[in-house]
Design a protein around this ligand. Structure first.
Ligand SMILES: Cc1cc2nc3c(=O)[nH]c(=O)nc-3n(C[C@H](O)[C@H](O)[C@H](O)COP(=O)(O)O)c2cc1C
Length: 246
């Protein structure tokens, strides 16, 4: 697992294709990941065609990785398959509720991240697309996802054609709590975020956004309240439409 010490998200890819053999072997190995009750509450849509990538691109805010990667993978929380299995076997299922949604989402992310580690270890580069949840409704239409299937994560995957600098992380002590949660006072926050705040690229980020602090860039510009609330409203409607919530 030493590759994790050097890993970074890759957003530019060589034109080389990923063989079906390699892709399928990674997707197969990833199936060994943990899953709720061994139900495997996920499916993956593989996009290779230019037409489908071009259709998906605007949904992902035209991030260039979508058309620039040989393969785009959309990982979906999926109770449809399980419910079909139940219905064909005379079993009364009840998976149209919040708990089932959360179980399917956690299964999906475990599978996605296991695939991600395996792919990066095999020399591929990839990038997650958070826009998947922003525009889940449009992805559902494009990929023809039935009820009880929700796109949760997208990865653009290919052979790396860049080696960007590694990004910072918080110190371990900032995340780990011994025996019980120790809440953060201002002094602890100052200590844990000091490195991040003093990085030249982050100071530039503050300047470009005409803000006073890096936290303001995150909370008021990049991931702000108005957008979060608007996108949440749309997502909630999508969850109802897909039959996960009533
Ligand atoms: C759920 C999730 C969504 C993400 N969405 C995007 C995205 O839409 N576009 C992008 O360029 N990177 C995206 N990323 C990548 C992060 O920006 C990246 O992982 C983070 O900045 C740390 O950098 P590193 O992966 O190079 O260490 C996403 C990562 C995750 C886990």
């Amino acid at each position: 697992m030493d590759f994790l010490n050097n890993r970074r998200s890759i957003r530019r890819y060589k034109t080389d294709d990923i063989s079906d053999e390699l892709l399928n072997s990674l997707l197969l190995q990833a199936e060994r990941t943990q899953t709720m009750g061994n139900m495997q509450l996920y499916s993956v849509v593989v996009t290779r065609s230019k037409e489908m990538k071009e259709a998906l691109a605007p949904v992902h805010f035209n991030q260039p990785m979508v058309t620039g990667a040989p393969v785009v993978l959309t990982f979906c929380a999926d109770f449809n398959r399980t419910v079909k299995w139940c219905s064909f076997r005379d079993a009364n299922s009840g998976y149209d509720n919040l708990l089932s949604l959360m179980n399917a989402v956690s299964d999906t992310l475990l599978y996605t991240q296991t695939f991600s580690c395996l792919a990066e270890e095999a020399g591929l580069g990839l990038c997650y697309l958070g826009t998947t949840l922003y525009n889940a409704g449009q992805i559902i239409d494009l990929l023809k996802l039935p009820k009880l299937v929700l796109p949760v994560a997208t990865l653009t995957v290919g052979y790396p054609d860049e080696c960007p600098p590694m990004t910072d992380r918080l110190p371990l002590v900032a995340l780990i709590h011994q025996e019980h949660y120790h809440d953060y006072d201002e002094q602890a926050i100052n200590e844990f975020y000091q490195t991040k705040e003093s990085l030249p690229e982050n100071q530039e980020f503050v300047k470009v956004n005409q803000k006073q602090t890096l936290a303001q860039v995150f909370a008021e510009v990049r991931y702000n309240k108005a957008d979060n609330e608007a996108i949440s409203g749309v997502l909630l409607e999508t969850l109802k439409k897909q039959g996960f919530l009533k």
